[in-house]
Design a protein around this ligand. Structure first.
Ligand SMILES: [Fe+2]
Length: 147
């Protein structure tokens, strides 16, 4: 994933490297991407304290919806790695839950903001470009054999 610099602000650039080719999955990934960039922008504008809570709310809803949709697709297309994939999703849900709890218990900090950005960026790069690409390739293969 490329990093772009605009002014003093660093943002992540969406590009075709991140596209799985599955429209539902890609659109949801773009939503996560947009939330990440909003948070990075807020950090650089010194507005992280306002944005972090919003990002946490977004992530809480996002992980439930997006992972449920992906898992439904895996059932539908009988994805052989579905159990492992589900466990990766559960790990990320747990991580998001921990971030939310930390924010509630300790309040905002620059360290928590930075940590949240790092976690979202790592997930985008590692999970999407690895696990989700394999899933999308499987779905495409099944679609092609049914033609
Ligand atoms: Fe996934």
């Amino acid at each position: 994933m490329a990093l772009l610099y605009w002014g003093a602000c660093m943002a992540y650039e969406w590009n075709s490297d991140l596209e799985t080719g599955n429209e539902i999955i890609d659109n949801q990934h773009k939503g996560l991407f947009a939330a990440l960039n909003k948070l990075v922008e807020a950090q650089h504008q010194g507005k992280g304290v306002q944005e972090l809570g919003t990002t946490m709310e977004f992530l809480t809803v996002y992980v439930l919806q997006h992972f449920a949709d992906e898992e439904k697709l895996q059932e539908e297309y009988n994805y052989p790695d579905k159990f492992n994939h589900k466990s990766y999703h559960n790990d990320f849900k747990r991580t998001v839950g921990e971030l939310v709890k930390k924010l509630e218990a300790e309040g905002y900090s620059d360290v928590l903001l930075e940590h949240t950005i790092q976690i979202m960026a790592d997930w985008l790069v590692n999970h999407i470009k690895g696990d989700d690409f394999r899933l999308a390739a499987h779905i495409q293969l099944i679609k092609d054999t049914k033609k």
